[in-house]
Design a protein around this ligand. Structure first.
Ligand code: M6R
Length: 369
C-alpha cells in the first residue's frame, strides 16, 4: 500500500503534483473563471464580508499564514490568521460580516472544531478547507471547500499542505472575482499559472538528490534555522516544523527582517541556516533585502542553504548550498519552495534512524484540546 516507497511520507511527497492537479480539477470553468458553488456561500454573502479570520493548527496554520498574503493582495479584504488554540480564548471580535476560514486536513482537530463552534455562536459564517469528506469540521461549518489530496497517512503533513494552499488561492481569487476587484494580472492569468503548478512541483521532485545528500550530511547537527520573507516566511516556519517533528531537532523559523531584532545572536560558526528567497521578479526590494540578510549571516559564520528560483544569480556568491526551484508567481512560490524542505526533513530523520511516518509523541489527528 506504500506503492513501492519505504514510507508513506515519501509516497505522499511524490503524489503532490497529482494532489495539486486534483484540487484544481473542475473548479476552473471553460470561460476561465472560477466556479466554487459547491462551497455553499452565495456571491452576495461573499460581497458582504468585511473581515476574514483564518484559524488552524500546525501545518494548516502555516497554509493560513500564506492565505493572508493571497487574500489581502487579490481579494483586498482585511485578513487575520490565528492559531485555533489561541483564537477561542481571547474573545475575538466577530459578527455577521466576518468570514472565518478554518483549515484542517483531518477535519477532526479539536481546537479547530471549537473555533468553528465559537465563530458560529457569534453568527459569523464559517468556511472549512478540509481533506476528509464528511468529517466533523465541514459538517459543522456553513460552507466547505474540499482539498483532493487523497488519504494522508504519514503524521507529517505534506500533500495536504500543498492542496490547502491551492484551496486558499482559489478562495482568494473567487472572492476577488465576485467582488470585482482589479489587480495587476487578470484572474484568468493567475488561474492559468496555477494550472501549471503540478508540472512545476514535478520538476522540483526530479531534482531532489542533492537535497537528500545535504540532509544526510547534516544528521549530526543540533540545530537548523530557517529564514524567509513575505510568503517565504510561513514556508520557513513549515520547514522548521517538519524538522522538529521528524528529526527531533531544534529548528526555528524566523522572518528574515527580524534577524537584527534578536535571532542574529544565534548565528554561530557552521550553523546551518536555510533561507527561502522570494522571486526577484516580484517585489524587488524584498528579494534584495533577503540577499543582504544572507550576507549578514554568512559573514558571521553561518552555513547558508539557499532556496532560490532558477536564474536568480544574485544569491550565488553567498550560498554554500544552492537549491533551485522553478520561477513562478511570487504568491505561488510556497508550492515549490516547501517541497525541498519536506524532502530535507524526511531524509534527515531517516538518516537518524527515526520512524518518519509515526514520529514519537505525535498523532495524526489531535482530537483533544
Ligand atoms: O488535521 P489538521 O490539519 O487540523 O491538523 C493540524 C495539525 O495537527 C497538523 O498540521 C500537524 O501540525 C502536522 N503533524 C504537521 O506535519
Amino acid at each position: 500500500e506504500k506503492g513501492g516507497y519505504d514510507h508513506f511520507m515519501l509516497k505522499e511527497i511524490a503524489e503532490q503534483p497529482r494532489a495539486v492537479a486534483d484540487t484544481l480539477l473542475g473548479r476552473i470553468g471553460s470561460d476561465g473563471l472560477l466556479t466554487l458553488d459547491e462551497m455553499r456561500l452565495s456571491d452576495q454573502e461573499l460581497r458582504d464580508v468585511s473581515k476574514i479570520i483564518v484559524v488552524a493548527c500546525g501545518t494548516s496554520y502555516h497554509a493560513g499564514l500564506i492565505a493572508k498574503y493571497a487574500i489581502e493582495h487579490w481579494a483586498r479584504v482585511p485578513c487575520e490568521v490565528e492559531l485555533a488554540s489561541e483564537f477561542r480564548y481571547r474573545d475575538p471580535i466577530l459578527n455577521r460580516d466576518t468570514l472565518v476560514i478554518v483549515i484542517s486536513q483531518s477535519g477532526e482537530t479539536m481546537d479547530t472544531l471549537m473555533a468553528v463552534r465559537h465563530a458560529r455562536e457569534q453568527r459569523s459564517r464559517v468556511l472549512a478547507i478540509c481533506n476528509v469528506n464528511g468529517s466533523t469540521i465541514p459538517r459543522e461549518s456553513d460552507a466547505v471547500l474540499y482539498t483532493h489530496a487523497g488519504p494522508e497517512i504519514a503524521v507529517a503533513s505534506t500533500k495536504a499542505f500543498l492542496t490547502q494552499l491551492v484551496a486558499c488561492y482559489l478562495v482568494a481569487l473567487y472572492i476577488a472575482q465576485v467582488r470585482g476587484v482589479k489587480f495587476g494580472d487578470e484572474i484568468t492569468q493567475i488561474l492559468d499559472r496555477l494550472a501549471g503548478m503540478p508540472a512545476k512541483v514535478e520538476e522540483v521532485l526530479a531534482t531532489m538528490e542533492p537535497v537528500r545528500a545535504l540532509a544526510r550530511s547534516l544528521a549530526d547537527e543540533r540545530c537548523v534555522l530557517f529564514l524567509g520573507r513575505h510568503v517565504g516566511f510561513p514556508v520557513a516556519l513549515e520547514g522548521a516544523l517538519k524538522l522538529k517533528e521528524l528529526a527531533y531537532m531544534h529548528a526555528e523559523g524566523f522572518a528574515a527582517g527580524e534577524l537584527k531584532h534578536g535571532p542574529i545572536a544565534l548565528i554561530d560558526r557552521g550553523l546551518p541556516v536555510v533561507v527561502v528567497v522570494p522571486s526577484p521578479s516580484g517585489q524587488r526590494v524584498i528579494h534584495d533585502k533577503i540577499v543582504s540578510n544572507i550576507q549578514e549571516i554568512r559573514a558571521r559564520g553561518a552555513r547558508t542553504i539557499v532556496i532560490a528560483e532558477e536564474g536568480d544569480t544574485a544569491v550565488e556568491p553567498y550560498a554554500d548550498t544552492l537549491i533551485r526551484v522553478p520561477a513562478v508567481e511570487t504568491l505561488l512560490q510556497p508550492l515549490v519552495a516547501a517541497v525541498p524542505l519536506q524532502v530535507f526533513a524526511c531524509e534527515l530523520a531517516t538518516a537518524k534512524g527515526h520512524d518518519v511516518d509515526q514520529p514519537r509523541n505525535l498523532a495524526k489527528s489531535v482530537t483533544v484540546e
